[in-house]
Design a protein around this ligand. Structure first.
Ligand code: FAD
Length: 380
């Protein structure tokens, strides 16, 4: 068993860090959060330096890299700014991975070269007001017409819809005996008539808004279908596994950034004549945080390796999502405590991690749902 990265993977990590140190330093991330604006300059810089091609097959001009390299990219992007990593992963997953896996030749030819150049952004429209954890119970309807489909319904929490070109929209085309049947995925142009987007005010993740989206008689051509009509749920399942790797890598990177701030503070802040890190109550918190982060990284790269080798299971994806999400939340909470009153102040960075990390145990499948999956795997 070999736990080391290859020389090329180390180099890849060094290159992305060099770029992000320049285009996405901490004050930039803080400004984007404060002003609620997307990190567009950093996103474009990643595109200009070819990072959007990482997982795109070589025949379309990409690097055809494995999930391990993807995890490195997202861990480092998350360490610089979680929301940049989130934007990047949505485009790579829903414009890259999904199109490579299930796109027609025409969709691949039209979309992949533009994803590679950073010309297109993608988001996912799955959750609805009445179907959250029970995602397959969705009711947004795509009605077959002579020349395409008419889509009507409502989605909620479609993150980045307002800055995306396409939404991978999960719809119901047929009523089947099981809710997972009769589902069809579309790549919907976000600017079509009949689409109304309303931003939702949230506790964290403020740079890129999540949104409510209303679809009323939105007309799309048959060419907008991604994958098989009525058999879209299996594909959604695959995308969500991929998403779990991306989210976990990005959030582990963000948790490492929060840890670094807390460690530095514990070394510098003095009370009772000594650095607070010399008090066991503080040093043990940092020790616990370090252990959680080490385990998170092992889980991220183990899952990436399992995916790369076609061995990943639903159970592995749930363990990964649960542990890394809970770690990010705990590390940010402990980090805030270590900064004392300053952790609670908006001018210090820890509050952002505290707010952003709260989503890690909700979005992309709650911790309760991950525990359900793990328990089912145990025969419970
Ligand atoms: C900021 C943000 C961004 C998001 N981005 C996206 C996005 O881009 N695209 C998208 O499609 N969705 C997105 N989501 C939706 C997200 O994935 C859902 O919020 C999540 O899956 C939970 O659904 P829900 O909020 O409806 O909660 P519910 O499903 O109503 O759950 C409420 C509570 O009940 C618990 N619960 C529910 N069922 C069970 C059960 N069987 N056993 C035990 N406990 C249970 C849950 O764990 C939770 O604690 C986002 C959400 C947020 C808040």
């Amino acid at each position: 068993m070999d736990f080391s990265f290859t020389a090329e993977q180390d180099e890849l990590r060094a290159h992305v860090n060099e770029l992000l140190d320049a285009v996405c330093p901490p004050p930039y991330a803080e400004r984007c959060d404060k002003e609620a604006r997307a990190p567009r300059e950093a996103y474009q810089a990643l595109a200009e330096h070819g990072w959007f091609g990482l997982i795109i097959p070589e025949q379309y001009g990409g690097a055809g890299a494995s999930p391990i390299e993807l995890a490195i990219l997202l861990e480092e992007a998350g360490r610089h700014f979680e929301e940049l990593a989130m934007w990047l992963f949505r485009t790579l997953t829903y414009g890259g991975y999904a199109v490579v896996r299930h796109g027609t030749q025409a969709q691949k030819d039209a979309i992949l070269p533009r994803v590679l150049k950073g010309e297109l952004s993608f988001c996912l429209g799955l959750t609805e007001p009445h179907s959250g954890s029970d995602a397959a119970a969705l009711s947004t309807r795509a009605q077959r017409l002579a020349d395409g489909y008419s889509i009507s319904g409502q989605k909620v929490f479609t993150s980045g819809m307002d800055i995306s070109d396409y939404c991978l929209l999960v719809t119901r085309t047929t009523e089947g005996p099981k809710k997972q049947q009769g589902i069809t995925n579309f790549l919907v142009d976000t600017r079509l008539p009949g689409i109304e987007v309303r931003k939702i005010e949230t506790l964290g993740q403020r740079a890129i808004a999540t949104t409510q989206v209303f679809y009323s008689d939105v007309r799309v051509p048959c060419e907008a279908v991604l994958g098989e009509v009525d058999h879209g749920w299996e594909a959604v399942d695959a995308y969500l596994w991929y998403e779990r790797l991306c989210l976990s890598a990005a959030r582990t990177g963000a948790a490492i950034a929060a840890f670094d701030i807390a460690l530095q503070y514990a070394k510098e802040r003095e009370q009772f004549g000594r650095p607070i890190g010399k008090f066991q109550a503080i040093s043990h918190k940092l020790a616990d945080m370090k252990v959680m982060l080490d385990v998170s990284r092992v889980l991220v790269y183990r899952f990436a390796w399992l995916m790369a080798n076609g061995k990943a299971t639903r159970h592995d994806a749930a363990v990964l999502k649960l542990y890394t999400g809970e770690t990010y939340k705990s590390v940010s909470d402990l980090g805030l405590q270590i900064l004392g009153g300053y952790g609670y102040c908006m001018e210090y960075p820890m509050q952002r991690f505290f707010r952003d990390s709260r989503l890690a145990v909700i979005g992309g499948g709650t911790s309760e749902i991950q525990r359900n999956i793990i328990a089912r795997g145990l025969g419970l």
